[in-house]
Design a protein around this ligand. Structure first.
Ligand code: DC
Length: 231
């Protein structure tokens, strides 16, 4: 099925399967997939490596603001694809629990959001993009043609994150995974700058009891209805 040149904005809580769903849609409808969370994770890894996050989790914001112009952060497509810090592919490193533990406070800093937004806007100019995050439909692309807000029950989300980490050879503890998820939900939804929120015109997808295939069928129905495509 052909779809017009659109931006699909997908927002929602952590581990609701946004990226899995977004990647599949991108493949099915020939859209470019962009994971905005990966950029916040990239900034977090950079801050950790520069020693700007102390053992107690406090962030040297002034130091980070001064160091940020040195950060070359990008997505690459093609053979070596993923998130890059300079010439280094950091796709694995940005998914560790250590980065997950610090990413929400980092992403709550206004100058970090401005840094990431600038990069996201550059990608969005191309259209035919599906982007996932927390504020894509509300702040980054408020005019996106299709907005989806994803949610699922916390236990279901914690199990998914747990399985994902296991599959990557990590050694997660369920209570820690659930705690990290709940903490991030709280910080993401309560921060001052563009908190996680459902855009008024977003379609809600609660996938607690859905298969990925059912989600894609749901999306197809949404697109057909919205653009009057008969197929
Ligand atoms: O989707 P994720 O778990 O990889 O996102 C990592 C963190 O980045 C998440 O805790 C909130 C933040 N984030 C954000 O604030 N805004 C976005 N558009 C995407 C992610």
């Amino acid at each position: 099925m052909q779809i017009p040149d659109i931006i699909v904005a997908i927002d929602g809580f952590s581990s609701t399967g946004k990226s899995t769903f977004a990647k599949l849609i991108a493949e099915q409808y020939s859209l470019l997939y962009l994971d905005s969370g990966a950029l916040y994770r990239g900034v977090t890894l950079f801050a950790l490596e520069r020693g700007l996050i102390a053992g107690d989790g406090s962030i040297d914001e002034k130091g980070l603001e001064e160091a940020l112009p040195d950060l070359v952060l990008d997505f690459r497509t093609g053979e070596r694809k993923g998130t890059f810090l300079g010439e280094r592919c950091v796709e694995q490193e940005i998914r560790t629990l250590k980065v997950s533990e610090h990413v929400s406070p980092i992403s709550a800093i206004p100058f970090v959001r401005a840094f990431v937004d600038e990069r996201l806007h550059a990608f969005g100019r191309r259209k035919r993009v599906v982007m996932d995050g927390r504020d894509i439909g509300t702040t980054v692309f408020p005019d996106a043609e299709v907005k989806i807000f994803m949610t699922a029950r916390p236990e279901v989300r914690a199990q998914r994150r747990f399985d994902e980490m296991k599959a990557k050879g990590q050694n997660p503890v369920m209570e820690e995974v659930l705690k990290n998820l709940q903490e991030r939900d709280y910080i993401d939804s309560h921060r001052e700058t563009s908190p996680l929120a459902r855009a008024a015109d977003a379609f809600v997808l609660d996938n607690s009891d859905m298969t990925l295939h059912e989600e894609t069928v749901w999306f197809q129905g949404l697109i057909q209805g919205k653009f009057g495509i008969l197929e």
